[in-house]
Design a protein. Structure first.
Lengths: 975, 481, 468
């Protein structure tokens, strides 16, 4: 009522003031909008101040009131009345509470430390007055654009629209030198070469700029720059951190994969598929030149989680690992912070714990494994041929013997479960089939050896038929592959595997824990290096109740690096679990193996013909083929296991699982979400498809926004990794949607998108802004000018290398070992330090050791690789100055630059300075700068003790000068 | 905005203000220059509508600085501050018969093992301390002992991350970063968060001291004994004034650039940055220059010990005092590399613990006494702790394994009630049975003493306003004055 | 036209903003008919005396004015009612009694028009009726805008009870000295009022519990008594307010503001000491468990600087001090106290800085001048910083000559004189510093006898003068 009265009097007052227009909003910095929009004006207020207690999460909800849904907000309150009565502010409890003076009434409560500004209160009131219209969160609405005929100018016109609204004056176009430096750095991370500069400046043709842009888009350096951007998202690292910082096998191959992918402009959809399910694609992507498989490499990003050394609670370790995988996956591809739903429903976004554990299942059914690094089409081909050959041999023999064929595969009959303490058979390979185990890679093929002829290579004489066993040399030696059992719960004390082999491994993987070693886990991995059949026994009593699977591997791990020696092979007859002592005999249920034994017997005492001349040729062919299959280089990626649906961990506690399990599924709030995945495996393929469904409102938006962010230094949505309710609102909503739609319509081509943006006037604007722009738009949201940007760590280092003309621009390959200073100590420190200058390779090729990160990189804000960082900080700390002032690397490069300079014969002083300026600032020095340089030299001359050799003297001077140049702000900023 | 200025180092231009508050460039420039980020800005929507931006303590602080004495590897509580006669009685018996034994990292449970050291009572409070720490024992009346600290992790690395960052996983901001983020640093020429590397970087590496998702300005600077105490701190120019000439030149050129560009916060502050860096070059070496310290002081710390490790750690402790004098906010000392690894005695407990204890005992006592006599202990909080305790039963025959369910630690100085003993463990010192203090509680208490409300100091990351204490933490009031 | 509106209001189910806008002039206009009708009636009344006969001819105009303005008020009122923000019931009566007033006013107008003597009695009756209804209507209108309790909020209790309202609560005079503080009236009751009564009052009475009076408190609620004198454990009330906040039984419920630790402490102590209905805090708290808390809660520890509210410090002085490299920090969020620290300043302190500090003396509670070239004279100025709680003068050249100036620092709790030339002078100084808790005298000219002197007279003073 008081409110009502106040209003009446306000109106009255206005009247008496002869209708001199006066409305509440005039008190505010920014006037109230005519129509209050829920998404842009109201929701931010609610999220910021109310949702902690009145949001989607029921656990912390107060007074049973939720303000995140219309129904909730308008529902009848416990104490009577409604929080919001559309159109009637005065009867809306919300308005009453936010304006209340009494400390036990006012909302938000004082102790919450939140406080509504007068403007916010006014907004809420006006919004309710206007009918309290509710809208879905903007980011969950599929991007639409009204622009039907997008033209070359669309982007600019959309930006200009906002500028006009704000009455901001655009800055003029930047000069050519600035432009080429800007484009070159932002597209390739390198400064432009003097030649390129001259050409561009000289080129007066209309499309000069366009040509220049295309040149950089097509240079291989482009991939290196944009791959590094992507690596921030997937917390790229080459070691596992934690206590001993073990290496991640072949991590660098993923880095190279990215570089190639960006250079080949692989469609973003493809990139997403390959990351999430590169190992499951129907049509895999092969590299154009080398013809080796690319797709699978994408999955390596899953394997870049931290690796814990001997965790005591192995299940918790898995939970944390998976949490990180979910965190990175959801932020990177959807710009959503799903991890917040680990312990309770998301406090702000419509993301339920069920959603979280829907994804948890997906990750839990995914298995880490080494994968062959260069897998070529023809390999797969020859693998098929060999199996063909073997089948042929078997059939031929059985025909000539006219015994009924043993080529076809009788499934081993169902095992009858006798009393519970009887041993359980985990796998039996004495028949033809692999008993439901998963055979990854090629080594184990898709059947056992049963019945394969053993032939004397020279005579072609048939010696005997092989008995049944799963064998890694089914196709030949040195071929990679692994044989994995299904998941089972450890319910018996021992697990025994009957096996034989050379330099090979049997592993028991509990809760997907891979860093098997002492203390605690040493016994879970057994070396098989004996050609006689043996029982390999693991005592698993400490881990009863955990889930596990058995893995059979030719070769093995050395300090967690997989290696496959040429001679290595392993064969397994069966795997069983038992409680007390090893069973006297493990009954072989199948028929066919007995038959083989009989045949061998007959063959032995000559009852069967053993002469098969044609076998010689065939075996030879087989040998040839199998040679081509051997592989020696691997990387750490993932493969599909068997579907597991996870229970919800109550309050995130893995020891408190819920009764029922959540089916694996995609986020229920998004299109295609909430539907259980049907696949037998992890369901990563379905996950990828859901993200890429054309109705998904985020995938495209998030990516174009990232691109925009890398080019303009700020995304249209500033919080590039969070499009949720707590994220910032887009500064240019239509523009964002326009770009998102265009991106989709033009084949998800990243290069095309970049090109579009770089060709806009907005991108070409000068950075020089007047003081009034400073006042009106201090952080340059509306892009009246191009923002001043500091270069990233990599660009600074690479820029120095280019300036000193010592950059080694070779692409790809293993990382350059980290240069270790005395300040980098601790466990897992590599024996030897890498070279000071990193072999002058680009920074992207420097090793990323989690526990020994490159100081220069971290000092200049390269994020610490533990989660997704789509936007880097730009801090400004003395240690940065100290690096460029005193770091031996920088000094060394200055030296080199000076040396290069004075080898230039017959350059005048001015020419020398401009030689330096072109390389450092992509421009000629001004007269003033030339004078400054002269004065500087004179000063040095006074200081320096005269050197005997005039050359050394000059060299020294120029060195000091170059070093100073590196220290100029213009060097590390794009101005 | 008037209130706002009260706690920045210099008045801000409106432009900077806007910058800061929009979380833009300005913020970060500001951040790094003054090691202070306007806390309110983590909720930047407030900024222009709300004049009451506030930095600094939430309420009147007791402590201004923290010296964190980290006992790497985990000191055995039953051999240091938590005497358990029953161990002697049942020495050599099978612990499994006495109580439930949790899984341990080395999973090699031996017999119950009595402490090889005797305990005596000290001070007016009569606090029992073992023979391991004869010197620290003389300070017990200034010490509040907590016998009930627990961790969540039995592995070094996770436990270290947990102790240092409040989270068991890698990559979170360490407490030092949080403190400097919340309070800033008084001294502009020395970083506000310093780790004195005594020789052992704890398992988990430098990530124990990193800024995590906080701006890089808040990461620890590692200080080492030796010619170059801080990375890149010594000019490489072969003549002193040569560098000055260069900086002079650089300054000129940069300013003419500014002239061209008009004011740009970022570049402006990057320039100021050089002046700071230059000052650091001189102020850091001055720190490690002990000549002005009296013989008596050095002796007190143990400079004249015949044990090189004692001498080494003595230097670190003295350095810590000098850092406090210079207004450094948070100082952590890591352990010296004695020839028996860290406190992590999985075997040969007697030898290992004695070596480690001898290295740190006298210097720490010296530090406490020196601080007290100068009146500095009143404003300085000294924290002594490992990442977890050790088992009362042997690992093998003569070692002890990790034990996260009970650990003894102590605090001294600002706002601490000297001579208190808080918390109790069972008769074996294996599990806490009274007044458990979690790592979160420890953090909450430390922050409380610095005047920070641990529930209010947050930073928005990954869609959450994250705290050092996550969603936990209770202040341990009983040990406070 | 108004009639059609009145007869069938649903013509205007969805009122245009303009109507409501016009409607909102109702509160202004209504005062016209009130004025006119009263005036008319009085005038009409006076005409009984001959000397006022002269007015008679004008009566009709007065009534006319009254009628017209009433009509206007009715119409506006109706329009305003369309906004629907009002209690329907009251509105109904207000509306129709308003119409009645209009009718009566018109009637009076016609009566006064034709001055027939015979209608006199009815005439008087009608006038009285008109005025009566008008007053009634006005009252309802008042209730509509100000709420029904408005009128009698401050009426004497006798009147309130007539109106069937509960007696208004006595606003007990603000306590000024702890000695006079009553345990229930000054401690418990206020806490209840601030945190509990909004739900546990006569009207709401949640859980059938009323916490408005001592008696009701003791009576308890639907689950029996909530306070067991002398027994905290079984006192439901105490259990509820000390539960974890997310607990279902936690009070105050529904996210209302919980009790502060201070308030809880007070309640706890009150129940523990038998939940007396009255009695002086000081007497009940013989062993001084709660006294400090209580006096702080009542804002009585006046002598403590920290309980003073100080204005923001003068910015320009702060800035110019900072330019000298002097560190000025704010020390708490709720108040403007600051510390000043010269320790890191790379310049000498001159009187200029001290002068600047003068402008901050109100806010300045910590001052660190250690290792500065401070001389005895300057202490005179420092003596004027009366709010100082902590003062560090260590490592300066000051002596007994200077420290005499410090005796004005009534609030000083910690004084650091380590490494200075002070000596016997302390014996004169210390007695003045009644609140001093810590003093540091290592490496001064002070001799043991002085130390003994100090300690003997000040047991609770911590004197640090050695190191080993």
């Amino acid at each position: 009522m008081y409110g009502q009265l106040k209003n009446i009097f306000t109106v009255l007052g206005c009247f008496l003031l002869l209708f001199s227009s006066c409305n509440n909003s005039s008190e505010f910095a920014e006037p109230l909008p005519n129509t209050v929009d829920f998404n842009f004006h109201i929701r931010p207020i609610l999220v910021q101040n109310c949702y902690l207690c009145h949001g989607p999460d029921p656990s912390g909800r107060k007074a049973d009131l939720r303000l995140d849904t219309y129904e909730g907000a308008t529902a009848l309150l416990k104490e009577g009345g409604h929080a919001i009565v559309p159109g009637k502010p005065s009867s809306s409890q919300l308005i009453y509470r936010i304006n209340s003076e009494e400390e036990d009434q006012v909302m938000p409560p004082p102790e919450s430390n939140y406080k509504l500004s007068e403007r916010e209160k006014a907004l809420l009131e006006k919004w309710i007055d206007q009918g309290a219209e509710w809208k879905e969160h903007w980011a969950f609405i599929k991007p639409k654009t009204t622009i039907t005929q997008p033209s070359f100018y669309t982007i600019d016109s959309l930006i200009d629209e906002r500028l006009d609204q704000k009455q901001l004056v655009k800055t003029p176009k930047a000069d050519k030198n600035t432009l080429i430096r800007r484009v070159s750095y932002l597209l390739t991370g390198l400064p432009p070469s003097p030649k390129a500069i001259r050409n561009f400046v000289a080129d007066t043709s209309l499309d000069a700029y366009e040509k220049m842009v295309d040149r950089y888009l097509n240079s291989p350096a482009f991939g290196e720059r944009w791959a590094r951007h992507w690596m921030d998202l997937v917390r790229y690292a080459e070691t596992k951190g934690h206590e001993f910082d073990y290496s991640i096998l072949g991590a660098w191959r993923y880095r190279d994969y990215l570089i190639r992918a960006f250079n080949d402009d692989v469609p973003y959809t493809q990139l997403v598929k390959e990351h999430l399910a590169g190992d499951l694609l129907d049509s895999v992507r092969y590299n154009r030149e080398s013809g080796t498989m690319e797709s699978q490499l994408g999955t390596a990003f899953f394997a870049m989680t931290e690796g814990t050394h001997s965790p005591v609670d192995i299940k918790k370790d898995e939970a944390d690992r998976i949490d990180n995988m979910i965190d990175v996956t959801s932020k990177t591809f959807q710009g959503l912070t799903v991890s917040c739903a680990r312990c309770h429903d998301h406090k702000f976004d419509p993301i339920l714990t069920a959603d979280y554990y829907g994804l948890y299942g997906v990750m839990e059914s995914t298995r880490f494994t080494p994968l062959v690094a260069q897998l070529s089409r023809d390999k797969e081909q020859s693998a098929k041929e060999i199996e063909e050959v073997q089948r042929y041999m078997r059939e031929m023999i059985s025909q000539t013997w006219n015994k009924e064929t043993i080529a076809q595969k009788p499934r081993s009959p169902e095992r009858k479960r006798s009393n519970p303490n009887a041993p359980t058979v985990i796998g039996d390979f004495r028949n033809t089939d692999l008993d439901g185990w998963k055979s990854n890679g090629m080594a184990f093929g898709n059947r056992t050896t049963l019945g394969n002829p053993i032939v004397n290579a020279s005579t072609g004489k048939l010696l005997q038929l092989e008995e049944g066993s799963a064998s890694s040399k089914l196709l030949g030696l040195g071929i990679f592959g692994s044989l994995q059992s299904q998941n089972f719960i450890l319910d018996k004390n021992y697990i025994a595997i009957r096996a034989r082999g050379v330099k090979s491994t049997i592993r028991l993987v509990i809760d997907n824990f891979q860093l098997i070693q002492n203390p605690i886990y040493g016994e879970l991995e057994m070396r098989v290096d004996n050609e006689k059949w043996q029982n390999y026994i693991i005592d698993v009593s400490p881990w009863k109740g955990h889930k596990a699977y058995v893995e059979i591997l030719p070769g093995g791990y050395q300090t967690h690096q997989y290696q496959l020696p040429a001679k290595a092979y392993i064969e397994v007859q069966y795997a069983i679990a038992y409680d007390s002592e090893f069973p006297s005999e493990v009954p072989d249920s199948g028929e066919s193996s007995k038959k083989i034994q009989q045949l061998n017997a007959q063959l032995k005492n000559g009852k069967l013909p053993a002469e098969f001349p044609e076998l010689q040729a065939i075996t030879e062919k087989k040998r040839q083929l199998s040679k081509s299959l051997t592989s020696t280089s691997f990387f750490y990626g993932v493969t599909d296991g068997f579907a597991i649906n996870s229970p919800v961990f109550i309050r995130g506690n893995h020891e408190e699982p819920s009764q029922e399990r959540v089916p694996r599924s995609f986020l229920s709030t998004l299109p295609k979400g909430g539907r259980p995945f049907s696949s037998m495996g992890s369901g990563r393929m379905e996950l990828a498809n859901s993200m890429l469904s054309e109705d998904n409102p985020l995938t495209s938006r998030v990516m174009v926004n990232r691109i925009w962010n890398h080019l303009f230094g700020r995304g249209i949505v500033e919080t590039v990794d969070n499009f949720g309710l707590q994220g910032k609102l887009p500064s240019h909503p239509q523009l964002l949607d326009h770009l998102a739609v265009t991106f989709q319509n033009e084949g998800w081509s990243i290069k095309k998108m970049i090109r579009k943006i770089v060709l806009t006037d907005a991108f070409k604007r000068s950075t020089l802004r007047g003081s009034e722009l400073m006042e009106e738009d201090p952080t340059n949201i509306y892009l009246a000018s191009f923002p001043v940007r500091r270069l990233e760590a990599e660009a600074i280092r690479d820029g120095i290398l280019v300036a000193s003309e010592s950059l080694n621009d070779s692409l790809y390959g293993p990382p350059v070992a980290t240069y270790l200073t005395d300040f980098m100590q601790g466990r897992g420190r590599p024996k030897n330090s890498g070279p000071l200058d990193g072999n002058a390779r680009r920074s992207i090729y420097l090793e990323v050791r989690r526990n020994f990160l490159e100081p220069m990189m971290t000092t200049f804000d390269r994020p610490i690789p533990f989660s997704t960082f789509g936007k880097r900080d730009v801090t400004n700390v003395p240690s940065q100055s100290l690096v460029i002032m005193n770091d031996p690397f920088v000094a060394r490069q200055a030296q080199l630059m000076a040396e290069k300079l004075i080898t230039q014969i017959g350059l005048s002083f001015e020419e020398k300075v401009s030689w330096i300026y072109l390389r450092s600032f992509a421009r000629e020095p001004t007269a003033e700068e030339l004078n400054k340089a002269k004065e500087f030299m004179v000063k040095l001359n006074k200081l320096e003790p005269k050197k005997a050799n005039k050359n050394d003297q000059e060299l020294e001077f120029w060195k000091q000068y170059c070093h100073s140049i590196f220290n100029l702000k213009e060097f590390i900023y794009l101005v | 905005m008037s209130k706002y200025h009260n706690f920045t180092q210099r008045p801000l231009s409106r432009r900077e203000m806007l910058g800061i508050c929009k979380g833009g460039f300005g913020a970060l420039a500001f951040t790094s220059l003054f090691g202070v980020l306007p806390i309110a800005c983590s909720r930047s929507k407030k900024l222009l509508s709300e004049p009451d931006l506030y930095l600094g303590p939430h309420y009147l602080p007791k402590a201004k600085n923290v010296i964190f004495l980290y006992m790497d590897g985990g000191v055995s509580q039953v051999d240091s501050f938590d005497p358990k006669p029953r161990l002697a009685k049942e020495n050599g018996e099978d612990p499994r018969k006495k109580f439930k034994v949790d899984a341990t990292q080395f999973d090699n449970v031996g017999k119950i093992l009595k402490s090889p050291w005797d305990f005596k009572q000290y001070g007016e409070c009569g606090m029992p301390v073992s023979e391991l720490f004869p010197h620290i024992a003389t300070c017990v009346d200034d010490i509040a002992l907590i016998r009930s600290l627990t961790s969540k992790f039995p592995e070094h690395t996770n436990a270290n991350y947990f102790l240092h960052t409040g989270s068991g996983i890698q990559g979170r901001p360490s407490m030092g970063s949080w403190m400097t983020y919340g309070l800033g640093s008084d001294n502009k020429n020395i970083p506000g968060y310093v780790v004195l590397d005594g020789g052992l970087i704890p398992p988990g590496g430098l990530d124990n001291f990193k800024n995590g998702f906080l701006p890089a300005s808040y990461q620890a600077s590692i200080l080492k004994a030796g010619a170059e105490p801080v990375a890149n701190i010594t000019p490489k120019e072969h003549m002193p004034n040569l560098q000055e000439e260069k900086l002079q030149f650089i300054k000129q050129m940069d300013h003419s650039l500014m002239g061209k560009m008009g004011e740009v916060d970022a570049v402006e502050s990057a320039i100021t940055n050089y002046e700071l860096a230059y000052k650091m070059q001189s102020s850091i070496p001055e720190l490690t220059e002990f000549s002005e310290e009296t013989k008596a002081t050095k002796k007190l710390y143990g400079f004249d010990s015949n044990d090189p490790h004692t001498r080494g750690y003595a230097a670190q402790c003295l350095l810590a005092r000098r850092l406090v004098e210079r207004g450094v906010r948070f100082i952590e000392l890591t352990c010296p590399k004695v020839d028996a690894d860290r406190w992590d005695q999985h075997n040969n407990l007697k030898d290992g613990h004695e070596k480690n204890a001898h290295a740190v005992d006298q210097p720490i006592a010296g530090l406490l006494k020196d601080l007290k006599s100068r009146g500095m202990l009143e404003e300085t909080l000294v924290v002594w702790t490992g990442e977890f305790g050790r088992t009362p039963f042997a690992q093998g025959t003569d070692g002890r394994d990790h034990n996260p369910s009970a650990c003894s630690m102590w605090l001294a100085g600002a706002g601490i009630k000297g001579g208190t003993i808080f918390g109790r463990t069972d008769d074996y010192g294996y599990r806490v049975i009274e007044n458990e203090v979690s790592i979160h509680d420890l953090h909450a208490t430390i922050m409380h003493l610095l005047g920070i409300n641990h529930e209010l100091l947050t930073f928005r990351f990954g869609g959450r306003d994250i705290r050092l204490t996550d969603v936990h933490g209770h202040i341990v009031k009983d040990i406070l004055t | 036209m108004e009639l059609t509106l009145l007869i069938n209001p649903n013509l205007l189910d969805d009122p245009s903003d303009f109507m409501i806008f016009v409607g909102r002039f109702h509160p202004l206009i209504v005062h016209l008919p009130i004025g006119f009708l009263l005036l008319a009636s009085i005038a009409h009344f006076t005409t009984r005396w001959p000397k006022f006969y002269a007015i008679k001819p004008f009566l009709k105009y007065l009534w006319g004015l009254g009628a017209i303005s009433t009509a206007l008020a009715v119409v506006l009122g109706y329009l305003l009612s369309l906004s629907g923000d009002y209690n329907d019931n009251t509105l109904f009566w207000h509306k129709w009694s308003g119409v009645v007033v209009l009718v009566l006013a018109l009637i009076c107008y016609f009566i006064s028009k034709k001055q027939s003597e015979n209608t006199k009695p009815t005439q008087w009756f009608l006038i009285a009726l008109a005025i009566g209804t008008m007053i009634y209507t006005g009252h309802l209108g008042g209730n509509l805008t100000h709420g029904s309790t408005y009128l009698l909020e401050y009426a004497p209790n006798s009147v309130r009870s007539l109106a069937g309202l509960s007696p208004k609560k006595e606003t007990i005079p603000k306590i000024t000295v702890l000695d006079s503080a009553d345990v229930y009236l000054d401690l418990v009751a206020p806490i209840m009022d601030r945190k509990c009564v909004s739900c546990h009052n006569k009207e709401k009475k949640k859980g059938d519990l009323e916490l408005t009076t001592y008696a009701n408190m003791m009576r308890g609620g639907e689950n029996g008594e909530v306070i067991v004198p002398g027994d905290i454990e079984t006192s439901e009330l105490f259990r509820r307010i000390t539960l974890p906040e997310n607990h279902d039984d936690f009070m105050p419920s529904e996210g209302k503001r919980p009790l502060t630790t201070q308030e809880i402490a007070l309640i706890e102590w009150w129940i523990a000491s038998g939940a007396p209905a009255n009695g002086f805090v000081l007497e009940l708290d013989s062993q001084k468990i709660i006294t400090e808390t209580a006096s702080n809660y009542l804002g009585l520890d006046k002598h403590a600087v920290l309980s003073k509210k100080v204005p923001p410090a003068n910015q320009s002085s702060i800035d110019s001090l900072r330019d000298q490299g002097i560190i000025i920090n704010r020390l708490m969020k709720s108040n403007y106290f600051i510390e000043a620290n010269f320790k890191l300043s790379e310049r000498l302190i001159t009187d200029k800085e001290l002068a600047l500090l003068q402008n901050l003396k109100e806010q300045l509670i910590w001052l660190d001048l250690s290792n500065s070239e401070l001389e005895d004279e300057s202490l005179q100025k420092i003596g004027q910083f009366e709010h100082l709680i902590k003062l560090n003068l260590s490592g300066t050249a000051i002596s007994d000559k200077g420290i005499v100036h410090l005796k004005t620092l009534k609030h000083l709790e910690s004084l650091n004189l380590y490494d200075t030339d002070v000596s016997d002078g302390l014996l004169k100084l210390i007695p003045h510093l009644t609140r001093l808790k810590k003093i540091y005298l290592w490496q001064t000219k002070v001799n043991d006898s002085v130390i003994e002197g100090i300690q003997s007279e000040r047991k609770n003073l911590l004197v640090v003068y050695g190191r080993e």
